[in-house]
Design a protein around this ligand. Structure first.
Ligand code: F6R
Ligand code: MG
Ligand code: MG
Length: 364
């Protein structure tokens, strides 16, 4: 069995919240290289999406392993020290705990991990997003694993016909439920169509029970009890064979769906698929970005990455994202560009409201 762990954190932006400084990536690379030499990791790849440092690791320690989590935490701490030296913006922003306590999950970093038996050929796509939150994967995961208009394999490939089981988390009430698709898609959509609260955590093949996808579901604001930036989630998807083909996995992103995030984590905007190099949210701190790093696993070694959105077939999605972004921007501070009030609860706005509290008087 091999475990693929993606652990990420924003430990400092360059410039502002727009991107990452190359020295931080070099430092993280050194830390993970050491861990590989010591035998803790089978392999690793360090990358970034916007201002988020992404540690992609394979190992044989299983999910939620304290040593692997400690390695990620120590790497983020070392990165934060360097970020402070370089006076990067918001150094250590996502590290919400003072000291490591066994698992980074509730400490700020985003985590997506899956343990599985590697197939003779194992294509995996790692999606990473910036300036958006955990629910951003709901729509694409639904399309990949449950929508025949996206995934023709559901219709014509015998290996996919039994459908997929979606584990959905209610991140406000801390509950979970499993929906079997296709027969329960109507009920499931009631929930996952509200991605600020209900988040697809994982997807399993119903016949083999094998895991097809896992996402990070940490919501920073809920952990911290106040606004500390958006979650900037990650999602790992296995492709081909009993899972959607690589092209079916990428296809949902040809439509730049509106997600929450963007400027000050307080707006709806289109999720723009871009090449890794282009994941530098600039206009109005956005629009939100998604990158896709493709790998072939070979006994746990990460062969890759291939930069999957670095392709002209996503040009129109990017153009549409710019048009949709422009259309949304024209609303300025008005909803539905600005998030609805109950979501604004997790931004800096409550402080402004507090200041004006005494000014409100009763209507007759
Ligand atoms: C959104 C984001 C940025 C910041 C904005 C203000 O997720 O990271 O849009 O919210 O640049 O940043 P601060 O409050 O750090 O000055
Ligand atoms: Mg940031
Ligand atoms: Mg970020």
């Amino acid at each position: 069995m091999i475990t693929l762990s993606v652990i990420k954190a924003d430990i400092g932006g360059y410039v502002g919240h727009s991107s990452s400084h190359p020295d931080i990536l070099v430092l993280a690379e050194e830390k993970l290289m050491e861990a590989k030499k010591e035998g803790l990791l089978v392999d690793y790849h360090v990358t970034r999406c916007g201002d988020d440092l992404q540690l992609i690791m394979t190992h044989e320690q299983g999910e939620d392993n304290a040593r692997v989590h400690q390695l990620a935490w120590d790497t983020f701490i070392a990165g934060t020290e360097l970020a402070k030296k370089l006076s990067l913006y918001g150094a250590g922003q996502d590290l919400l705990a003072d000291a490591f306590s066994g698992n980074v999950k509730a400490m700020g970093p985003g985590v997506a991990e899956m343990e599985f038996k590697e197939r003779p050929s194992e294509p995996v796509i790692i999606f990473m997003a910036d300036k958006t939150s955990a629910g951003a994967w709901n729509l694409p995961l639904y399309k990949m694993f449950a929508d025949p208009f996206n995934t023709i394999g559901l219709v014509i490939a015998p290996t996919l016909q039994s459908g997929f089981a979606f584990e959905v988390h209610d991140i406000k009430e801390n509950k979970k439920i499993v929906f079997n698709t296709p027969e329960e898609i109507y009920s499931m959509l009631v929930f996952i169509g509200a991605p600020s609260r209900f988040v697809v955590k994982s997807v399993h093949h119903r016949e083999t029970g094998n895991i097809g996808a896992v996402s990070s579901t940490q919501r920073l604001a809920l952990i911290a009890g106040r606004y500390v930036g958006k979650d900037d989630p990650v999602c790992v998807v296995r492709a081909q064979g009993e899972f959607p083909a690589v092209g079916e996995v990428l296809e949902p992103f040809s439509h730049p769906a509106l997600v929450e995030g963007w400027m000050r984590g307080s707006h709806h905007g289109p999720l723009m698929p871009v090449a890794i190099e282009q994941s530098n949210p600039s206009r109005f701190d956005g629009p939100p970005r998604v990158i896709a790093a493709g790998f072939q696993l070979a006994d746990g070694i990460l062969i890759g990455p291939r930069d999957m959105f670095d392709d002209p077939s996503f040009d129109e999605a990017r153009r549409l994202a710019n048009l949709a972004g422009e259309y949304m921007r024209r609303h300025g501070p008005f909803e539905p560009h600005r998030l609805p009030l109950d979501e604004m609860e997790y931004t800096t706005m409550p402080q402004v409201m507090k200041k004006l509290e005494g000014r409100f008087t009763n209507l007759d």
